[in-house]
Design a protein around this ligand. Structure first.
Ligand SMILES: [Zn+2]
Length: 368
């Protein structure tokens, strides 16, 4: 229990504890940093510590207020999950009730106007059970644009007994008028050693896989704890088929690409609709690794550290231009996906273009 159980980002934890100790808790705060580095966790811990009966700058988890705070958090999480599951959109915001410690997060793709309207109603009333109100808005970058003005109005006339904590990856995604009213606490990726230790303690993963999992978590505790390694490796296998068949057709020792294997792999990649985001992430990671190996030969910092020799071979075959072209193709696919355009990787045409360009190059130089 208490801040001692918080993993990584000790500076951020020190900052909020100092605020509690000196009784200088701001009316509005902004927690920024990558996904899974502990922003929401620390926000909830801060709120709990601010109301704990026993400690000034920590929480015991046992006193009546700590227990009540924990119940409020659990109830809010449950309520959000239930609302997200509702089919009828009108019912998703029906009968919203806010506790003194309230977690607010997107119900649909957005935090909806009604959620902020209720927040505004409640923010100026005295807290019912706890000495202070806390509104923690997770994924604050997804507050619906129609609701942002409403939130801004509340923040312009800050209620005395309420603290807002906005949580989001990039401060740049928030409107500057909101940003400027918040005291910012920045979070960094968590050290790999710390994540490795956590994996050893909490996950039953065979030793050789631990290092890979820690690396692929990219400093995110949340990602490490929920990491589905078999699923990730299955996704990666399809990419490996893709690169294998593609790199056979280009580069100095080119042979005819195995088109059958090649089209099989692109079909599998584009066919994984539910996991398409993860497919793109894995592909981008692999290309980044190849660039790194080609540029510096530094295999210590690659993500997929268990397949370095293969990555080196493909990197040499594809060359800088080939890797960059593929990476641009994936970036474009990612942009299309965000805009909800039909998921089309266009990998086939991209790769055929690469293979034929390489073939033309060899013909010109009199190669085979
Ligand atoms: Zn307590």
């Amino acid at each position: 229990m208490g801040f001692d159980s918080f993993i990584g980002n000790t500076a951020a934890a020190q900052t909020v504890r100092e605020m509690l100790r000196t009784d200088r808790l701001p009316g509005a705060m902004l927690f920024t940093g990558a996904e899974g580095v502990g922003k929401k966790t620390l926000a909830l811990m801060l709120a709990q510590a601010a109301v704990c009966e026993r400690f000034e700058d920590d929480f015991c988890g046992k006193c009546a207020r700590c227990r009540r705070a924990a119940e409020m958090i659990a109830a809010a999480e449950e309520d959000l999950a239930r609302r997200r599951d509702l089919k009828e959109s009108a019912r998703r915001v029906e009968g919203l009730v806010y506790f003194d410690l309230q977690l607010i997060a997107p119900i649909t793709r957005y935090v909806l106007s009604e959620q902020i309207r209720v927040l505004r109603q409640v923010a100026y009333t005295r807290p019912f059970e706890l000495p202070r109100r806390f509104f923690i808005i997770d994924q604050a970058q997804d507050i619906h644009w129609q609701a942002v003005d409403l939130l801004l109005k509340v923040m312009e006339e800050p209620p005395e007994t309420t603290t807002f904590i906005l949580v989001c990856p990039n401060a740049g995604e928030l409107r500057s008028t909101i940003r400027s009213r918040c005291q910012r606490v920045a979070f960094s990726p968590v050290d790999e050693d710390l994540i490795l230790r956590l994996l050893r303690e909490r996950r039953n993963v065979p030793e050789p896989k631990q290092q890979l999992m820690a690396r692929l978590s990219h400093g995110s505790v949340g990602r490490a704890l929920g990491f589905d390694l078999p699923a990730c490796l299955a996704r990666r296998d399809v990419w490996l088929e893709f690169f294998h068949s593609l790199s056979g057709g280009i580069g100095p020792r080119a042979r005819t690409p195995d088109w059958q294997q090649f089209f099989d792999s692109t079909r599998k990649l584009t066919g994984d609709r539910d996991g398409f985001d993860d497919v793109l992430t894995t592909g981008t990671e692999l290309l980044r690794d190849m660039l790194l190996l080609l540029e510096s030969g530094d295999s210590a910092s690659v993500s997929h550290l268990d397949i370095v020799p293969r990555l080196k071979t493909w990197a040499a075959a594809l060359g800088f231009q080939g890797i960059l072209t593929l990476k641009e193709g994936l970036d474009e696919a990612h942009r299309l996906q965000i805009r909800n355009v039909n998921q089309q990787l266009g990998l086939d045409s991209l790769a055929i273009g690469l293979a034929s360009a390489a073939h033309a190059g060899r013909s010109r130089t009199g190669g085979p």
